[in-house]
Design a protein around this ligand. Structure first.
Ligand SMILES: [Ca+2]
Ligand SMILES: [Ca+2]
Length: 190
């Protein structure tokens, strides 16, 4: 076995069995983001951490966020054999079923689209604060990951997209714009 093969095998072990990154670039709502299913038994917390440690083409990875039926379908299409996969949402630390995305461009935002399976979310089994998909049918969501069912034997989906422009830079640009406008006004008064 060549050294490169050993390194590749080691990387694969660390990441779990990861499928190829797939770009969502056709159809309604296509956002150009890349998605990758990692098949490995983990808790939701480890899925958040695993996704955050990944990157692709210079874009940071994050546990997938789903904001439309089209994205939900696309995400399920990236998951082999209808396995369960963690999503990047939670109601941990807030009222039961006040679900928000915790990562990615929608971090801190309440769910605007949901695809809960029948009877879900039910906060069963001592409390379930995380969400996975492909429950009771492809693309159906279930709250899961409570004290009684923290881990699961499937995996998670990582989403990759360009990081948004940092806030301080936006402020700097706006202030620079104000300074230019102010300069014009001052000259015109003279
Ligand atoms: Ca997304
Ligand atoms: Ca549930």
């Amino acid at each position: 076995m060549k050294l490169a093969h050993v390194a590749a095998a080691a990387a694969l072990l660390l990441a779990g069995a990861a499928s190829a990154q797939t770009q969502w670039n056709t159809g309604t709502g296509a956002n150009g983001h890349y998605y990758q299913f990692v098949s490995t038994p983990v808790t939701a917390q480890d899925a958040f951490a695993g996704a955050a440690a990944m990157s692709y083409l210079g874009m940071p990875g994050y546990l997938v966020t789903i904001t439309s039926a089209e994205e939900n379908s696309f995400v399920s299409s990236t998951i082999a054999n209808g396995q369960l996969a963690w999503l990047g949402g939670s109601d941990d630390g807030g009222p039961v079923n006040a679900w928000t995305w915790r990562v990615g461009p929608e971090a801190g935002q309440a769910f605007t689209y949901t695809s809960w399976g029948p009877g879900e979310p039910n906060d069963c089994c001592g409390g379930e604060n995380y969400v996975h998909t492909n429950w009771a049918g492809v693309g159906g969501w279930n709250d899961h990951g409570g004290p009684g069912n923290a881990g699961q034997v499937n995996g998670y989906v990582v989403e990759f997209s360009a990081a948004p422009v940092p806030e301080p830079e936006s402020w700097a640009l706006m202030l620079a714009g104000l300074a230019v406008t102010g300069g014009w006004a001052a000259r015109r008064r003279r």
